[in-house]
Design a protein around this ligand. Structure first.
Ligand code: UN1
Length: 506
């Protein structure tokens, strides 16, 4: 099948389409929605507000394409991903500029987001020549045993706006190298980046129908993907509530569901920590991407001996952060994603106040000069927070963090673990024994020592314990388990019927 050659999306273009079976097509219903910059309200583009009918067409295309794609040798599938990674390198600056406009993160972080996709594409491209299974001895003579990874079929990919290039790559790159085809619903806050992502896959040589994009809302597009009987795998990064609904709705068809959900990640600072380093780690993890990472540090658990000192330093550092549009190189913290986010974040400021926590800085919408049409919230720190307060239990997904004083290491670990989520954790200490105890006892999928809670690399498993997910991991080798099914194969070359467990005297 010849690869679909796609014209690059022109910058001036403002009306976009779905991508189904290698064609850019309007949605069946004709309704649309807008993507606007959270920094200044600029119109980024108008996108189809698709319906179940559009999803059905995309699934049909992906099902057809699967019949050939699964037979393309995995190293060849990998070569396409190598080309895709190369195109991402060439387009890195362009994509980063677009990202800062479409979802607001500062340029350096937007470049990092694209870099993560480059890294993931190259990593998964290499998997094309591995996808290792096992060969084992047989208990019988003249018999050969092995296990191989098999593709599963059409994968439904539902991604968030906070890593609009990186997270699609975490899901789509492994899905493709394993031999699956894809129906992709990008976040409604970042549809243009989703569109660009798929355009580049087409340029890299992904055949028509192998990756399809259906724009639109969760209630229409996402829901149909999750319920469609011909989509056996669904992967979602999103909120806990969405994850629960996806799992429930996918249950009727016993689908494979991969979920990467919320976090309430803690940084522990012990009395022997390098405080300068800890402050840097806290500020980067709490306020990077305006706190809108599932790995963000929304709790800082501090030994009482250094609490006052650390509190003063973190507040001072937060107050030095410059708020503004992400494309301005002097900005440290960009806007949050939309009006709903501002409202939710501010409601937690009110909750924190009413719970009796001490608002140390921030706690307000930034308005006035340069902020007028955007969604800017001041970096916010609460002090003297108790572990059971709602601001220390619930995911806020904004630039708000809570300082929690504790008496010793054990109390710190108890507080860190005392939340429903388990994505990332961190400890600042110079004492090796306590560092190793923390690595063992912090109940999260990721633990950092002497670094913040963010900065996962693509070749290690990514995901969390408890209500952060449902036990799966993405990235690294672990991702292959989401997108393949094991098949065990027994080849008998004895020329007679040998019976396992019965012919025991061989
Ligand atoms: C997310 O917030 O959903 O480790 C992903 C990190 C990034 C990925 C975050 N590499 O913070």
């Amino acid at each position: 099948m010849p690869p679909a050659r796609l014209a690059p999306v022109a910058v001036a273009e403002k009306t976009f389409k779905n991508f189904i079976a290698g064609q850019w097509v309007d949605s069946a219903g004709g309704a649309t929605f807008e993507s606007r910059s959270p920094a200044n309200g600029e119109l980024i583009g108008t996108f189809p507000r698709s319906t179940a009918e559009d999803v059905d067409r995309a699934v049909e295309a992906a099902k057809d394409a699967y019949e050939d794609w699964r037979l393309v040798p995995a190293p060849k599938r990998g070569e396409i991903l190598f080309r895709f990674g190369q195109l991402l390198i060439e387009q890195k600056e362009d994509l980063a500029q677009l990202m800062t406009r479409e979802m607001g993160k500062v340029l350096a972080e937007a470049r990092g987001d694209v870099q993560e996709a480059i890294d993931m594409s190259f990593y998964m491209a290499g998997e094309g020549r591995r996808l290792f299974g096992q060969t084992t001895p047989s208990e019988l003579r003249d018999k050969f045993n092995m296990s191989v990874r098999m593709p599963i079929g059409v994968v439904g990919v539902i991604t968030p706006w906070n890593f609009p290039i990186a997270i699609p790559s975490w899901k789509i790159a492994p899905a493709l190298v394993c031999g699956n085809t894809v129906v992709f619903k990008p976040a409604t806050d970042t549809p243009l980046l989703g569109e660009r992502f798929v355009g580049l896959l087409g340029e890299a040589g992904v055949p028509a129908g192998v990756v399809n994009v259906v724009h639109g809302f969760g209630a229409d597009v996402g829901d149909r993907i999750v319920r469609h009987p011909d989509v056996p795998v669904v992967t979602l990064t999103g909120s806990r509530e969405t994850g629960v609904a996806v799992m429930r709705n996918a249950a009727d068809h016993l689908k494979h569901v991969h979920l990467e959900l919320g976090g309430k990640n803690a940084i522990i600072v012990l009395d022997d920590a390098d405080l300068d380093l800890a402050v840097e780690g806290i500020v980067w993890s709490a306020f990077g991407t305006s706190g809108q990472r599932c790995t963000a540090a929304s709790r800082v658990i501090v030994h009482e001996a250094v609490y006052d000192d650390l509190e003063a330093r973190v507040v001072a550092a937060a107050e030095r952060l410059r708020l503004g549009p992400g494309w301005d190189e002097s900005t440290d913290v960009g806007p949050v994603i939309n009006r709903g986010a501002i409202e939710k974040i501010h409601s937690y400021t009110e909750i924190g106040r009413s719970e009796g926590a001490n608002l140390l800085t921030g706690g307000e919408v930034a308005s006035g000069d340069g902020f007028g049409d955007g969604f800017y919230y001041r970096p916010t720190i609460f002090g003297d927070v108790e572990p059971q307060m709602r601001i220390a239990q619930e995911e806020i997904f904004g630039p708000t963090t809570a300082l929690i004083p504790v008496r010793d290491f054990e109390e710190a670990v108890r507080a860190a673990n005392g939340v429903p989520f388990g994505l990332s954790s961190s400890i600042f200490t110079r004492e090796v024994n306590r560092a190793f105890r923390a690595m063992r006892d912090l109940n999260t999928g990721i633990t950092y020592v002497n670094a913040g809670t963010i900065g996962a690399e693509v070749h290690l498993p990514f995901g969390g314990t408890k209500q952060t997910g449902n036990g799966h991991r993405e990235a690294g080798q672990a991702a292959l388990d989401v997108f393949t099914e094991w098949k065990s194969i027994y080849v008998d070359y004895s020329g007679r019927l040998q019976k396992a467990q019965i012919d025991t005297a061989t």
